[in-house]
Design a protein around this ligand. Structure first.
Ligand code: ZN
Length: 296
């Protein structure tokens, strides 16, 4: 049976742009519920300036209080060297940094051009490796940019090649603003595979234009086995206008379960978690399966 790994990014990407501030204890409950549902990797927070992203003001406190669960790995997102320093001071299992394909978006997101960010990633990879910490990198806006429009796939390939040269532990490809279509995904994944070899490839889709599940399917058919998703389908980048939710974990799980893939996640527990999160956020979750339920 083919195995699929889902990384739930809900506690970070899912809630970062929400106006309702989620308490530390509710975040801990969300993360604990996800772990109990069988999610093995959870992106729990980002080390950003709380003035820019108020939802992330409690990162260090949150990580200190997280339950230690064997087999569940916690990931923290960083955007710069200062964030990496903070993350290394915690006992997070994995650190993930982002870079952006286009200069305009990279400047808005991280205050650097794409090339300046690559130079910074060189230093960051060295530091993380010295500390024996798992260090992955996300290439954001890989299928289109809110400011510069079309993104040439060769740009993504070039960044991926440079990251392989640095020796990063994993490469993620993100459709940050949810513009990708499946044919584009198939094409990029096949081209990436020849560049990145055995390094794990993870895909991150937003369902902004309702192509999210189609894109997940296309990537899986092209051989990708690691996907980001967020419980309930919440999500969005604070620095990308009009950005909306990640593909919902329950929706992605349904797709793979019915297609005969093996996952570690309990649908019943996940739907319960999604409903609970809807109550905490005071809104209906955008994902579908929490309303429809699984196969009757
Ligand atoms: Zn995202």
């Amino acid at each position: 049976m083919k195995k699929i790994e889902l990384v739930d990014v809900g506690p970070r990407d899912g809630i970062q742009s929400q106006s309702t501030i989620v308490s530390t204890s509710d975040k801990i409950e969300l993360i604990s519920r996800l772990a109990d549902s069988g999610v093995k990797r959870i992106e729990v927070a980002s080390f950003v300036n709380p003035k820019r992203v108020p939802q992330m003001a409690d990162v260090e406190l949150l990580i200190e209080r997280l339950p230690k669960i064997k087999e569940t790995k916690y990931i923290g997102l960083v955007l710069n060297e200062k964030g990496l320093e903070r993350a290394l001071d915690t006992d997070l299992d994995e650190i993930n940094c982002a870079t952006v394909t286009t200069d305009t978006f990279c400047q808005r997101n991280q205050g650097k051009t794409s090339q300046e960010m690559m130079n910074s990633l060189g230093r960051m990879t060295t530091i993380a490796k010295k500390k024996n910490r798992f260090f992955g990198v996300t290439i954001a806006a890989a299928f289109g940019c809110p400011f510069e429009g079309e993104v040439d796939p060769t740009k993504v390939l070039e960044i991926a090649k440079n990251l392989i040269g640095l020796g990063v532990d994993e490469i993620s490809i993100a459709d940050t603003i949810g513009v990708a279509v499946p044919t584009q995904v198939t094409d990029l994944v096949y081209r990436l595979k020849s560049v990145i070899g055995e390094v794990p490839l993870r895909l991150h889709f937003h369902n902004t234009r309702n192509t999210g599940i189609g894109n997940v399917y296309a990537a899986a058919e092209a051989g990708v086995r690691i996907f980001d998703s967020s419980c309930g389908g919440l999500g969005g980048c604070p620095f990308a206008p009009g950005a909306t939710g990640n593909v919902g974990t329950e929706d992605v799980l349904y797709l793979f379960e019915r297609m005969g893939y093996q996952t570690s996640i309990s649908m019943a527990k996940l739907i319960e978690t999604s409903k609970w999160l809807g109550e905490v956020m005071g809104q209906e979750m955008p994902a579908m399966l929490n309303k429809a339920g699984s196969f009757p």
